[in-house]
Write a protein that binds this ligand. Structure first.
Ligand code: ZN
Length: 420
């Protein structure tokens, strides 16, 4: 791990929250990425020296991220994606979001656009709360069609550049839920968001709450992934919106339940467009966020080292393994010293977008390609390369009748994961 005082020599982007360029490196994150992956395989996580905002500083452009979400995104698959309102946890989460919006928006006649609407889960929850003029906006034509099937107006266009169809009206409120942490060019995002708003309109913004990553640490460095490149606190969110001429109406923290035993901290707010941009004096330095991120980095590093030690002892004299999971944790595990001397024969993943690609020189295959006489006939140990869904995967391996030895990763034990 790098020390906390390294000055970033050549920042690739300015602080999204305040616009300053001076920052301090607090972590270097590396990934082993699949072939053809549009996003950088490493970046610095930095702290803004002026406002305390924490963000990744990859050598990339907004266009790289646009391409990634266009070509590699799985969010328009309603069977696996969140935002559809299909799972009970997802439906409950969207009902809470709708109720928070209802609490802050004075009129049920207010028109609301859900930017990144997926298949219309939030639109349905808003309609249940009495909002009559709700519409969806999504880059995926399939998602927009699914919203129309549920009786909503829906538009197709890019969220990050807000390239909307010409006939699209302006809205009293635009919802960006779990969008902003993915945005590389934050000034361009706010310019685009304002284009969707009626004068004096509201933005609803919700992102993970980076001040509480350490309280909900399931997998090491989980929040430092290739997609989440901005780490907001309530204060950082306020600094950001003020910079672009929005006034906080409501800013709160919450905890989202994503599965029976999995919770996720978030921060959200409703912000009113006051036009123009703010003067420099409204930037308030966030002292807490860098401190909480430092604790998160320390505990993640400890857990990653425990995983490395545990795997190293289990893989002694094992020439080849199979990894079950080719996602964000696998991209970090492959960079660990414990796997340097072990050949990865294949990676198994349910995500159809990854099929047929290679990662660390090994093919990514579907579970159906495992079985007697196929890849798994060779009895290589299977490492379950995820912590969040390890039990489901164990059960799937048993259902498939595979007799390979199964290696699970040690769970986080150094910090008690708080239950909501
Ligand atoms: Zn800043």
């Amino acid at each position: 791990m790098h020390s906390a005082a390294t000055l970033s020599p050549q920042p690739h982007r300015a602080c999204g929250a305040c616009g300053a360029t001076g920052n301090t490196v607090c972590h270097r994150q590396r990934f082993i990425v699949p072939d053809g992956y549009p996003l950088p395989a490493e970046y610095n996580v930095v702290v803004c020296r002026r406002c305390g905002f924490v963000y990744a500083d990859p050598a990339a452009t907004q266009r790289d991220y646009d391409r990634f979400y266009c070509e590699w995104s799985k969010y328009d698959d309603s069977a696996t994606a969140t935002g559809s309102g299909l799972s009970p946890y997802d439906a409950a989460r969207l009902a809470i979001t709708a109720s928070d919006i209802a609490r802050a928006l004075p009129s049920r006649a207010a028109s609301i656009l859900d930017a990144g609407c997926a298949t219309g889960g939030l639109l349905t929850a808003l309609r249940d709360h009495g909002f009559t003029a709700v519409a969806g906006f999504d880059p995926s034509p399939r998602s927009a069609a699914a919203c129309r099937d549920r009786g909503f107006e829906a538009y197709v266009g890019s969220i990050s550049t807000a390239s909307a169809p010409a006939h699209m009206p302006k809205f009293d409120c635009v919802v960006f839920s779990h969008v902003l942490e993915h945005v590389y060019d934050i000034p361009a995002f706010f310019t685009a968001a304002r284009r969707l708003l009626a004068p004096g309109g509201y933005l609803y913004l919700e992102t993970p709450d980076a001040t509480r990553y350490d309280d909900y640490l399931y997998a090491p460095f989980q929040e430092f992934n290739t997609e989440h490149i901005n780490h907001f606190s309530a204060r950082a969110l306020e600094n950001t919106v003020r910079r672009f001429g929005f006034q906080p109406v409501l800013v709160e923290q919450k905890v989202i339940q994503t599965a029976e035993d999995t919770h996720y901290p978030a921060v959200f707010g409703l912000f009113r467009d006051s036009g123009g941009t703010a003067d420099e004096h409204v930037v308030v330095c966030d002292q807490e966020l860098p401190r909480r991120i430092a604790a998160y980095i320390r505990h993640s590093a400890e857990q990653m080292e425990r995983i490395n030690r545990d795997l190293a002892s289990q893989l002694a004299n094992t020439p080849r393994v199979i990894l079950w999971g080719a996602g964000q944790l696998a991209m970090k595990l492959l960079a660990l010293p414990c796997l340097a001397q072990t050949e990865v024969r294949a990676l198994v993943d349910n995500n159809p977008i990854l099929r047929g690609r290679t990662l660390a020189g090994a093919p990514i295959i579907g579970p159906e390609e495992m079985g007697p006489g196929k890849i798994a006939g060779t009895r290589e140990p299977i490492i379950i390369a995820t912590l969040l869904h390890a039990d489901e995967i164990s059960a799937q391996i048993r259902r498939l009748g595979l007799s390979n030895p199964v290696i699970s990763l040690p769970h986080n034990s150094n910090s008690e994961v708080r239950r909501a």
